[in-house]
Design a protein around this ligand. Structure first.
Ligand code: C2E
Ligand code: MG
Ligand code: MG
Ligand code: MG
Length: 287
């Protein structure tokens, strides 16, 4: 009886594993095809000076446009892309596309508009990354100081040694470095000393329950104090309410990003948003 039960449990288990494996193989196959056929798109989400409501910069966020037109978000395919090496062509596509687009916006008169691009840890292991970044800056003709690269805390920590040189080299080229999802990764802050970091992005998880959650309020205040004393720029991620804006701006966090201002949108819609008012200066967002 027990043996029988054991066998059927095993059977169900292995069947489920089998299905998961097949689903993953299928996903890899579809993703590879999508990359080859460039069924990828770059969306942009504005970073806002919360007091004036002006756009100061944009974050490039990759999307996979499926055959049927549905949009697949990066959380669903970046992990697989990292495991299979597809992250390299995907990231190269994002960097090139976003920098080319930034140049167009600059040529339209938005010459201060800044651009952030996410890098994954796997990419940092590629010896060609630095050359690729420099060639894109060179070919597109964007000012390097307007390009910012976002790395999660996790990535900063792993391989501190090998990454330090890379980051210093980038800083020397004028490229800005931001720590993404700050606060969720590590308790030790000593790594901040090792890297030429310019920006901290407060993770959305601390922002979402502001101002009511006492712990999050304390953590946010602490990160603001830390950024101020280390002379780092701050961006609050995931700003969704005016109450959050008040809390953050009253405490000295100036720049915010979130659905309150705009969701990530395609370049055509972003062009509309950026040029909605005369003068082609980054616009005032009406939320
Ligand atoms: P991230 O870099 O922290 O990007 C912010 C994410 O938060 C985006 O999700 C954005 O849509 C979402 N978000 C922004 N404001 C709000 C808000 O007010 N409320 C809520 N609930 N969410 C908000 P998305 O586009 O799905 O990207 C998820 C993650 O995927 C990114 O997190 C980033 O780590 C990664 N990613 C995106 N594009 C790329 C890329 O080109 N390369 C790499 N390596 N990673 C990427
Ligand atoms: Mg990011
Ligand atoms: Mg983030
Ligand atoms: Mg994230």
């Amino acid at each position: 009886r027990a043996k029988e039960l054991g066998r059927s449990v095993y059977h169900v288990y292995s069947h489920k594993l089998h299905e998961e494996l097949n689903a993953r193989i299928e996903l890899v196959k579809r993703l590879r095809e999508a990359v080859e056929n460039e069924h990828l798109s770059v969306y942009y989400q504005p970073k806002i000076d919360m007091a004036s409501r002006r756009i100061v910069g944009l974050e490039a966020l990759v999307r996979w446009i499926d055959e049927d037109g549905s949009i697949i978000g990066p959380d669903e395919f970046i992990p697989v892309a990292e495991d299979t090496g597809l992250i390299i062509p995907i990231s190269n596509f994002v960097l090139k596309t976003a920098c080319t687009q930034l140049k167009r916006w600059h040529d339209m008169g938005m010459s201060d508009l800044q651009l952030s691009v996410n890098l994954s840890g796997k990419q940092l292991q590629s010896p060609d990354l630095m050359d690729y970044i420099l060639s894109v800056i060179d070919e597109t003709g964007i000012p390097s100081h307007l390009l910012e690269l976002e790395l999660t805390e996790q990535v900063f920590i792993e391989n501190i040694k090998s990454h330090t040189n890379f980051m210093h080299a980038l800083r020397e080229e004028g490229v800005t470095l931001a720590i993404d999802d700050f606060g969720v990764g590590y308790s030790s802050l000593s790594y901040l000393k090792h890297f030429p970091v310019n920006v901290l992005k407060i993770d959305r998880s601390f922002v979402q329950d502001l101002p009511d959650d006492k712990d999050d309020a304390t953590i946010t205040q602490t990160i603001i104090n830390l950024a101020n004393s280390l002379d780092l720029e701050l961006v609050a991620e995931g700003v969704e309410t005016e109450e959050q804006v008040s809390f953050l701006t009253e405490r000295g966090c100036i720049i915010g990003q979130g659905f309150l201002f705009s969701r990530p949108i395609p370049s055509s819609e972003m062009t509309e948003l950026l040029t909605r008012y005369e003068g082609l200066v980054p616009i005032q967002i009406i939320s």
